[in-house]
Write a protein that binds this ligand. Structure first.
Ligand code: FAD
Ligand code: NDP
Length: 324
């Protein structure tokens, strides 16, 4: 059977994918979106569907549930004319035009199910976790991987908190948390910080921060409802100890969902898609990237939505020139 041909295909249904869809549909570009499928380990709607209240997305003065926000974006995408397929893309070939796409389950077929003139790649990223004993029990009940998202919650107010990691994210998140916490303990597995000099110095000199070098968390303890304590181990001597904490924030890096295009599109050393600064353009003409998959710094719903808009405008211009 001949493949279905699309002008523009959006892979991913987080804030970046839906914003791109809304703009492209309104510009009569007939976008199709593959939103991912739960059964394949992908949450349609993206990362925000895994959280409760989102309090920093503009337009919702009393906050909004992450899943409600994403349902609204989906409804808006459809109302504007986007076709949404609840399927996962399993293989992409950008080596010739049109680009080829294989859906999960058909990746071994020679002929792809879909071809497309342009792709907006918005597959997101996921925070690395340590899978410690107790972690899944207290996940989102004291344990988080996003201080900016969750740090202001009443649970963390005037309480001791723990941040794990020694990079710029850990430094930034720990300093951010000092606004709410009584004290922030930063656990660094080596005897040095990976963070830039300026961030490291800010962290080390902050009166509310205590950095514990050569220290790794080993277990999360709670009272059955919320986290109350973090057990740790000295990475050199093996000596164990514990810190009273109402919050444990992982800042040990993210994994961008780029395995589909590795070797086809330029990635940076951490696997994020490289875009031309200030745009969504990649090294492959017609392949645009938006959201967390190309952003290791901000990683917020609003910045993802903004970059989805950029990708739609870039793709629209590309397609208009292609079709002239
Ligand atoms: P994502 O939201 O990650 O969406 C990626 C999408 O791609 C998913 O829909 C997935 O199904 C799909 N996908 C992936 N691979 C494929 C494939 N092969 N085929 C088809 N589909 C695919 N930010 C805030 O601004 N405020 C907050 O309060 C906030 N709270 C958060 C709480 C938690 C627990 C987490 C984890 C994150 C939070 N964030 C928050 C961050 C925010 O969720 C992300 O920055 C944002 O969702 C990134 O959007 P995105 O569109 O780039 O990707
Ligand atoms: P990084 O990869 O830079 O740092 C991750 C940190 O987590 C490292 O200290 C690493 O330790 C530690 N770590 C990793 N795995 C574990 C583990 N299993 N147990 C304990 N510790 C662990 O990630 P970041 O998210 O901090 O930064 C990503 C990129 O984004 C960087 O390029 C950074 O500069 C940039 N960024 C810049 C910001 C800014 O300029 N304001 C803000 C945030 C990010 P080790 O050092 O031993 O490997």
């Amino acid at each position: 059977m001949a493949p279905d041909h699309h002008r523009v295909t959006i892979i991913g249904s987080g804030p970046a994918g839906h914003t791109a869809a809304i703009y492209l549909a309104r510009a009569q570009m007939q976008p199709i979106m593959f939103e991912g499928m739960m059964a394949n380990g992908f949450a349609p709607g993206g990362q925000l569907t895994t959280t409760t209240d989102v309090e920093n997305y503009p337009g919702f003065p009393t906050g909004i549930l992450g899943s409600e926000l994403m349902d609204s974006m989906r409804e808006q995408s459809i109302r504007c004319g986007t076709v949404i397929e609840t399927e996962t893309i399993a293989k992409v070939d950008t080596s010739s035009r049109p680009f080829k796409l294989w859906r999960e389950g058909s990746e071994n077929e020679e002929v792809p199910a879909d071809t497309t003139d342009a792709i907006i790649f918005a597959t997101g990223a996921s925070a690395k976790r340590m899978n410690l004993p107790g972690e899944s029990k207290y996940w989102q009940n004291g344990i988080s991987a996003c201080a900016v998202c969750d740090g202001a919650a009443p649970l963390f107010r005037n309480k001791p908190l723990v941040v794990v990691g020694g990079g710029d994210s850990a430094a930034e998140e720990a300093i951010y948390l000092t606004k709410y916490a009584s004290k922030v303990h930063v656990l660094v597995r080596r005897d040095v910080l990976r963070a830039s000099k300026v961030m490291a110095s800010r962290l080390l000199n902050h009166p509310k921060v205590q950095v514990h070098f050569k220290t790794s968390p080993i277990e999360c303890i709670g009272n059955g409802d919320v986290l109350t304590e973090v057990l740790f181990r000295n990475t050199e001597t093996g000596e164990k100890g514990s810190i009273e904490a109402s919050g444990l924030f992982y800042a040990i890096g993210h994994t961008p969902a780029t395995s589909l295009v590795k070797g086809q599109v330029d990635l940076d050393e951490q696997g994020y898609i490289k875009t031309v600064p200030g745009s969504s353009l990649t090294n492959v003409e017609g392949f645009f990237a938006a959201g967390d998959v190309q952003d290791k710094r901000y990683r917020q719903a609003i910045t993802s939505a903004g970059s989805g808009c950029m990708a739609a405008l870039d793709a629209e211009r590309y397609l208009s020139e292609l079709e002239c």
